[in-house]
Design a binder for this molecule. Sequence first.
Ligand code: ADP
Ligand code: MG
Length: 698
Amino acid sequence: MTTENGRKTVPDYYGENVFGLKIMRNYLSEKAYKSLSEAIKNNGALDPSIADEVAEAMKNWAVSKGATHYTHWFQPLTGLTAEKHDSFIELDNEGGVILEFSGSALIQGEPDASSFPSGGLRATFEARGYTGWDPTSPAFIKEGPQGATLCIPTYFVGWHGEALDKKTPLLRSMKAISKQITRLAKILNIKISQSPFATLGGEQEYFLIDKKFYDQRIDLVQTGRTLFGKAPAKHQQMADHYFGAIKDRVIAFMEDLDREMWRLGAPLKTRHNEVAPGQYEVAPIFENQNIAVDHNMLTMEVMQKVAKRHGLACLLHEKPFAGVNGSGKHCNWSVTGPDGKNWLSPGANPHENERFLIMLCAVIKAVDTHAGFLRASVASAGNDHRLGSHEAPPAIVSVYLGDQLNDIIEQIEKGSGIKSSKNGGTLEVGVDSLPNLPRHASDRNRTSPFAFTGSKFEFRAVGSAMNLSGANVVLNTIVADALDEICGKLEDAKKADKNMNKAVQNILQDIIKKHKRVIFNGDNYTEEWVKEAKKRGLPNLKTTPEALKATLEPAVLALCEKHGVLTKKEMMSRYEVYLEAYETIIKYEAGLAADMAKTTILPAAMKYQIELAETIKSVEGINKTKLTASRKLLKELSLKTEEALSAIGELEKSIAGGSAKDMKDNAAGLRKIIDAMEGLVPAEDWPLPSYAEMLFMM
Ligand code: ADP
Ligand code: MG
């Protein structure tokens, strides 16, 4: 179908760049199609006997789309995606070439890729790295300016199968939670008609600025954020950008992005202006976690490409501009059960409610037990600027349930038979129905880092630039562990022929008693909460190094080993890689700040001082009066210049031998002086585009 102006409608091009089930049907034999679609549905592996046929089909499809190359597309610990291209060409011995793609090349690649960080997992003698196809995430076409490349989403492991990437633990953790959900389904006599899977909908925040300003800011180009910049008098105070009418230039970008992503089979659903000027958000329909993560990584990549096409720069950093909101990535998490239903959705009958309440309590237990580990999953130099600065959830992890659900939890805690004050009764799990919980409760708490939002939990502390897999690995694993314990107890009760409703009730009551301290329905941005959380014994891991330490706790290492998600060695390697990345970023940001101040900003300020001094001298000479205010300005500026120079000295000293904290503190000190100077120097002499220009001129 086409529209009046001759364009295709979305269903006609949706997924056209993906080797999905619909397209496969046209390219594969009945037998191969059936085998592959089964493997995809049940998170299984590809049957090696059909690998050649699948590869040939994929190649033929890709070549028809203009592809000359293929690549195993993977997600190393840098947090970015990686690709190394191979062309399909093989020599035909007659001076020409034929196009080939074998099953073995599809299933496994050996990109070497030894320069990626591995935290010591890859000693040089066994430094091989292997990429392997995971058929649950479909291959897709990336279009270049002249041709195209077939991209095959893969995991990336070492010689002994050590996880060198972000996808491997995600797949392992998905398996772990799937296993426990299936176990619980059996206990609760729920029909098993499919493999259960964890679901994810990632809301992505970002900034758009004019590319010409971006190109003039070496700090944005190199670090993704502005290292200097005075906040303009008007920024986001009026919240007049939020949900406002979208400007033509921005909507053109959004339309282009939606179309590109729809062609790639990524179901982008919402788009709107965010709180800060220049800030926007895009969110997809939720999907199987593995695919959702891949789609988010692709979305980030395509966003930057499409922005360029429109003369814009897309900023994904968590805090590109001080003084206005930073960007996050809300991670909406749930589980689709073996009955095809959302298990975090309150049900229509007591039986479904029982399942829901077990899941809910498992999550509460999980988050309280492993709050530090969950916090660590969102730790990065960029996100440290955002967490806890009254625009994003604090570093204290707590769970928001809302009044109604909180009341139900309190009733369960009291146990059956005791009268509750609020509605005169208590709830018996598995016997009573839940009151109707509004899907979009009006009292939704935007300050909570981990909120129940009707049919899913929303983890809001993830940074905008992050790979979503980290947070999801932790969520899957900690909830799997809580379910493991619950299932163990329920299986014992079943064996002993106990009343199962009572058994569930008792287990949930125990969980709530023990873990209710993590539930907080108030304002997370207040000082009182920080104090209260401390009293409750909840961790408040403010910086990345503190948070990362939580991943080395014996209980966390044991948890990850037990569920086959990450071995101790893999966990240690990650700790090393992430800590080093943090320190490296702090260091190069400090270095760049010192350079910019010294070689770009101060020279401009000094030139203006000469100008000002000469002006004062000549005007005073002619007018025969003293220009007191002008002299004051000159003095202020020259004093600030001196201050800045000595701050640069301090910063350089800390870069040469100080801690990350010293570098951060000194860089902040320098910034304060420079930002004040920006208010003294003529705008046309200031060598960097201002915040007002970047945030408002579009
Ligand atoms: P809210 O208004 O609470 O933010 P939306 O319906 O707008 O809720 O959804 C926000 C995000 O949550 C979307 O990406 C959506 O697809 C996702 N989402 C909804 N249901 C689920 C689920 N069961 N599992 C994971 N994500 C979900
Ligand atoms: Mg949301």
